[in-house]
Design a protein around this ligand. Structure first.
Ligand code: 5MM
Length: 325
């Protein structure tokens, strides 16, 4: 077993999943403002300290994805976030993309940036304690989108990122997110997700990325939020697993879903229903952001008298997801 494969397996096996706490400064600041907290480097740090010091988190969480700012910050006791995670048996991950920007020639679509200097940044993060990384590509459905050029440009960047991470010793989480925004049907999401994943695995192969040393982080197959469709939990689970069976090679050790704006409860139900669809060739787990931390942030609201209750809210979501694995 290679070192990368061993890390990837640790990330996805057992009952554990991954906590995505890597909101960029802009996204995190907007989320803090929404709950009445003034966004500063210190309030972002304190909020992330609340999350990672949740009691017994390592029972349900194998890895936490951090943003660059948090990666270099310290907890109240002086340990850096990666040092602290190592001490409690959770792998430290780092988001290395620098965000999705308008794609030239198709400004309504996005291309994720961050390849320049990535080899050197990977080396720095490894030195500071990272064992895995994350890069998120964003695919929009609507009108003529996604265009072939948006899909190809995004999977090309994902594959080059994945290759650089593996070369430097990090397991890449490969995240091609087909967004839920829009009025498209579940069937359209299925078509687009299938095409994106097919193209992604062609490109990963071309870039010689070792599939047993990645974790795939896809969207579930769901209708657009404005579609009016309300599929059953079973229909979403079945469509998602069918797409994955068609497109994801069996050498990939694990698939860790994003939640994409689903409610925490529904994301958990979908994950649980997939596990009941028979024996699958890869581990299926969670790498949720909002569906794990949403209730905790709403509970905390910057008031430290809510600290324990907010940690309990995170713990409950993490344990609920671990329970359906
Ligand atoms: C936690 O948010 C991540 C970073 O977002 P930005 O760089 O846009 O601020 C995001 O990539 C996240 O990891 C995934 O979307 C999964 O989170 P959700 O909330 O969709 O489960």
């Amino acid at each position: 077993m290679s070192a990368l494969n061993k890390i990837a397996r640790t990330m996805v096996s057992g009952r554990r999943g991954i906590l995505a706490a890597d909101e960029s400064i802009g996204t995190m600041s907007a989320r803090l403002e929404k709950v009445g907290v003034e966004p500063t480097a210190e309030t972002r740090r304190v909020y992330r300290e609340l999350l990672v010091t949740t009691p017994q988190l390592a029972e349900s969480v194998s890895g936490i994805i951090l943003a660059d700012e948090t990666f270099h910050q310290k907890l109240g006791d002086g340990r850096t976030f990666p040092q602290y995670l190592d001490d409690i048996g959770i792998l430290a991950g780092i988001k290395v993309d620098t965000g999705a920007k308008p794609l030239a020639g198709a400004p309504e679509e996005k291309i994720t940036e961050g390849l320049d200097g990535l080899r050197e940044r990977v080396a720095d993060y490894v030195r500071l304690g990272a064992t895995f990384a994350k890069w998120r590509a964003v695919i929009t459905i609507g009108g003529d989108a996604p265009s072939e050029r948006a899909v190809r440009a995004n999977v090309h960047a994902l594959a080059r990122y994945a290759g650089l991470c593996q070369e430097g010793g990090l397991v890449p989480i490969v995240e091609p997110e087909v967004l839920m925004d829009g009025d498209h049907s579940l069937e359209r999401c299925r078509e687009v997700t299938t095409a994106v994943l097919e193209t992604l695995f062609e490109e990963l192969d071309l870039m010689r990325v070792r599939l047993d040393g990645i974790v795939l982080k896809p969207n579930m197959v769901v209708p657009g939020t404005g579609s009016g469709e309300r599929p059953t939990v079973g229909a979403v689970a079945l469509a998602t697993v069918e797409v994955l069976r068609e497109t994801v090679p069996t050498s990939v050790p694990g698939i860790a879903f994003l939640s994409g704006g689903q409610s925490p409860e529904l994301a958990t139900q979908h994950l649980g229903a997939m596990q009941k669809l028979g024996r699958l060739p890869w581990e299926l787990t969670y790498s949720f952001g909002r569906a794990l931390v949403g209730p905790a942030l709403e509970t905390w609201r910057g008031d430290d008298t809510n600290w324990a209750a907010a940690q309990k809210a995170l713990s409950e979501r993490a344990l609920a997801n671990a329970a359906v694995r």
